[in-house]
Write a protein that binds this ligand. Structure first.
Ligand SMILES: Cc1cc2nc3c(=O)[nH]c(=O)nc-3n(C[C@H](O)[C@H](O)[C@H](O)COP(=O)(O)O)c2cc1C
Length: 190
């Protein structure tokens, strides 16, 4: 799970913890990484395209973002969580997500794309102050899952502004827990 909020006790952090709680209740192993804590030598993908000439699925920029992304190959479920910032994901998360470019190999001449992410499950968790634009916020994650042929699920919550507001919203904790358990059971049954 990659948690994209810079706030350690914010609404996104609660969503992540609740989802993890549900997944762990089924016996799943869950690792949570805070995007803001990852040591990075580039703010995002530099479009150097070196990964496309390499045989391995790894970003050539040697930092913790590259290490984190390389681990995607060995997991069943990738969860990305973000606060809504100007109708999109936080830059902390986007900077990681763009470097996922290294996990794809495109052959434009042949019109093919290969990725070890194909067939995995991809989950998006989001929180925003208002409930305006939540569909736009979610769309890049949904489309990325479709493009990559990953099973997609999400929980996007509005009306949570101040840190911890999300605790007061009825049913959200249960929804997040249940989603975590459901996804973990789904991948176990595959
Ligand atoms: C830079 C910034 C931009 C934001 N933009 C929006 C926005 O466009 N729409 C919205 O509803 N909330 C916006 N918010 C509010 C956050 O989405 C909201 O407080 C969210 O729950 C924060 O999640 P967190 O507690 O995990 O950090 C913004 C907050 C910040 C700091």
């Amino acid at each position: 799970m990659i948690s994209g909020s810079p706030r350690k006790d914010g609404n996104t952090a609660f969503l992540v913890e609740w989802f993890a709680e549900g997944a762990r209740s089924t016996g799943a192993q869950v690792d949570i990484v805070r995007a803001a804590d990852l040591e990075r030598k580039a703010a995002g993908c530099t479009s150097c395209r070196a990964c496309q000439k390499s045989a391995v699925y790894r970003c050539v920029i040697k930092d913790e973002v590259s290490d984190c992304l390389a681990r995607f190959q060995g997991v069943d479920v990738i969860v990305m969580a973000s606060p809504l910032y100007f109708y999109g994901a936080s830059s902390q998360l986007k900077g990681v997500m763009d470097r996922m470019f290294s996990l794809y190999k495109w052959d434009n001449a042949a019109g093919t794309m290969q990725t070890p992410l194909k067939g995995k499950a991809f989950v998006f968790l989001g929180s925003g102050y208002e409930d305006i634009g939540l569909d736009v916020f979610e769309r890049p994650f949904q489309l990325t899952a479709e493009y990559t042929k990953m099973t997609y699920a999400s929980l996007v919550v509005g009306n949570a502004g101040e840190s911890g507001d999300i605790i007061k919203l009825p049913g959200v904790r249960k929804q997040a827990c249940e989603l975590g358990a459901r996804i973990a059971r789904f991948v176990e049954s595959e």
